[in-house]
Design a binder for this molecule. Structure first.
Ligand SMILES: Nc1ncnc2c1ncn2[C@@H]1O[C@H](COP(=O)(O)OP(=O)(O)OP(=O)(O)O)[C@@H](O)[C@H]1O
Ligand SMILES: [Mg+2]
Length: 282
């Protein structure tokens, strides 16, 4: 999904005319920087609500194409952390970087641009009830990207096809199953060509038989190289696909590592203990 190949195709500056060479040089500097910098980094995020410390110096860094999973008990701060990253909840301290660029959350314009590049999927879908699946996807393309109705609908349809819903495009959210509704939310996020997706328990509001179809979309995105940070309790999925698991408790990341490290039988990790006490399938 990311476009590293475009950088490899850049001509060598030495073979180009001076003006082109300068442009190519800055392109290749950009390419080098984008390889060096994580796709997304959140550094030392802290947040108090009233007198309670909800997040205590939480950090994460995602290289391009990485999928990291946040787990932990209810109230640990997973949702707050994801929302602090995209400024839905302003953190008290800490910094967020997108491809090495620091985000100034107080700058509304910067925040809007950031959110166009960092999509968010919520547990409860967040679609407009009065719009069809197609319009739910197309509307942001018109409002944010300034696309025509025709272009926005064509793009929306291709995103709905990607999540297997072309034949549901004209239905309203109330006429779709939970799994289908969540897949429309994915189509809507993907239509913005995000660099990163933040997923907050995207399957936890679904009936068990509908979880698989949404995980299938996430699996497809992960295989395609989408960078994702996901709060979830789907440990089978995390074990198979996550590059790293962050275990949060009381507003802090108390353990992190690869699934193999944290979920190995007999490893004695807090993560394993949490999963077995919740009777989560492993
Ligand atoms: N607006 C708020 N006002 C007061 N406290 C809040 C607010 N939002 C969250 N909290 C508190 O912050 C803590 C972290 O909440 P958060 O929703 O981030 O946890 P979570 O790990 O996502 O839990 P869950 O697994 O239940 O989704 C909780 O104790 C919650 O009660
Ligand atoms: Mg939550």
């Amino acid at each position: 999904m990311h476009n590293e190949n475009q950088f490899q195709a850049t001509d060598s500056p030495a073979e180009l005319a001076p003006a082109e060479a300068t442009a190519a040089k800055s392109l290749s500097e950009e390419a080098a920087a984008s390889r060096r910098d994580p796709a997304l980094a959140a550094v030392n995020i802290s947040k108090s609500i009233g007198s309670r410390l909800i997040l205590d110096n939480v950090s994460v860094s995602l290289a391009r194409g990485e999928l990291k999973v946040v787990i932990g008990p209810s109230g640990a701060g997973k949702s707050t952390f994801l929302q602090c990253i995209n400024g839905l909840i302003p953190p008290d301290t800490g910094q967020v970087f997108l491809e090495g660029q620091s985000l100034n959350m107080r700058n509304k314009h910067e925040l809007r641009l950031f959110r166009q590049q960092v999509g968010m999927i919520f547990q409860d879908f967040n679609l407009f009830d009065h719009l069809t699946a197609l319009d739910n996807v197309a509307i942001a393309l018109r409002k944010v990207r300034g696309m025509s109705r025709q272009d926005s609908e064509a793009r929306a349809m291709s995103e709905l096809e990607r999540v297997g819903l072309a034949n549901r495009a004209r239905l309203y959210p109330a006429e779709l199953s939970g799994g289908q509704t969540q897949r429309v939310a994915f189509a809507r996020a993907l239509a913005m060509d995000p660099k990163v997706l933040l997923l907050d328990e995207p399957t936890s509001a679904l009936d068990p038989e509908l979880v698989g179809e949404v995980l299938e979309v996430i699996r497809y995105l992960a295989k395609g190289g989408m960078t994702m940070l996901m709060a979830t309790h789907q440990m089978d999925f995390a074990r198979a696909l996550a590059h790293e698991i962050l275990f949060m408790e009381h507003g802090r990341v108390i353990e992190s590592g690869s699934p193999a490290e944290l979920l190995a039988a007999g490893s004695g990790t807090r993560t394993l203990d949490f999963c077995s006490r919740l009777d989560l399938e492993l």
